[in-house]
Design a protein around this ligand. Sequence first.
Ligand code: ADP
Length: 486
Amino acid sequence: MLDSVRGRLTLWYSIVLGLVLVFLAVLTYLLYWHNTSQRTDSNIAEISDAFVTTFNAELADETGPDAVKNAAHESMLEHRFRDTFFVLLDPSGNVLQSSLDLPRTATSRDRPTPDFFSSESFRALVAAASNPSTLRTIRGHGSKDGFRAQARPLSAGGRTYTLVVLQSLHPQKEMMEDIRDTFLWAIPIALLLASIGGYFLARKSLAPVAAMASQARGMGAANLHSRLAIANERDELGQLALSFNQLLERLEASFEQQRRFMADASHELRTPVAILRGEAEVTLSQAERSTAEYRETLAILRDESQRLAHVIEDLFTLTRADAGQYPLTFRDAYLDELAGEALVRARSLALTKNITLTSAIEPDLPIRADEALLGRMLLNLLDNAIKYSPLGSTVNLACCRQGDHYLVSVSDNGPGIPADLQPRIFERFFRADKARSRSEGDTAGAGLGLSIARWIAEAHHGRLELTRSDPSGSTFTATLPVSPPI
Ligand code: ADP
């Protein structure tokens, strides 16, 4: 039972509730005991005052040597209370009149025994009688619970008597026992009921968790589209299910992206391989070929394998980037120099299309960067600009500093990218015009160049955006921090 959360919850809940109940019971008992004791004392004081008033009134009517005894007798007859006794002692300490000598009231239970009046405690009480607030508890002598006793001086006929008022503590004790007994059975019953209720409550509250667990067990890569049922979105379990569903959504998106990536990658690899095989088969289908024919086939094979190698390298870069495993080597470099090198490397491609490469590069642009990767980003942008520009046009590379950032822009006079496709050009394998891209022969890309360029900008804590694209041409701008926080 303790293996389950609901069992543990119930146990803890019962323990805490039990402790609270016991604490409250003890507190209630003590407070009640204190109040009852105080009430008994004030009750005795009131009864004794009333007795003295009656006694004085009776004494005024009495004459003769037994006036005091008679007045006391009359007063005792008048003040007959259950469990309360009066004793009048003469000035030498002997019992002059006692209500114990009166006929028993039906309800009186504890009565002091005769030895009570000769006991040590009684003597001590009488000795302290000069102080009217003297109240003592005297145990034994006829009551197992004891008596609460008050002794006060009483003047009559020029002599000082002592009035003792006794009240049995038995009723008080009996009431306290009743309270204690009530607590003794009520607390376990309350605890039992609360534990049963708590257990069912915990079971009901945790039922959705069990349901979620069984639903989650049935989920796998094949049915990632299924979602947990949410009973109440606002409670904690609803929030948990919501977070779980959001996680599933991200996982599904990531699986889907991965799947698309694999499908696109294999498609991109299949095409050049098919071309390689087709060319070889066509060439080999005839026993004899001229040297020129062999050279032509080999040139095609070389170009296609170059293209294949390029795609494989790009794929490898992206998968390592995704896994965060691409080894980045940041060094102090100069952006103007990297830009100059990229221009030189792009020159041969530009020549094939008679494109003029121009530049506006500010001198002395120190940067902390992975030189190889930043060079690759520049070359990708220049390659694209040349690839998608008409023959004889101009491509410009500009680098300048703006505060603590560098702006690197590559502009061309190409046809631009249709507005509806612009948001997608950084997606992997995305090509705005697939047919045209492939017809570019060995310069045709697989649609990975911009994805890699953007990743490189982000790896340098910067960003890459298409900042202009219309029928007059396109501009890609990379914003790079001068000192990336590496
Ligand atoms: P690709 O290998 O096809 O060049 P990229 O990721 O580099 O792949 O580019 C994605 C697509 O964006 C390209 O297929 C092309 O349609 C479009 N594109 C990129 N650069 C330019 C540009 N300078 N002018 C026009 N279109 C461009």
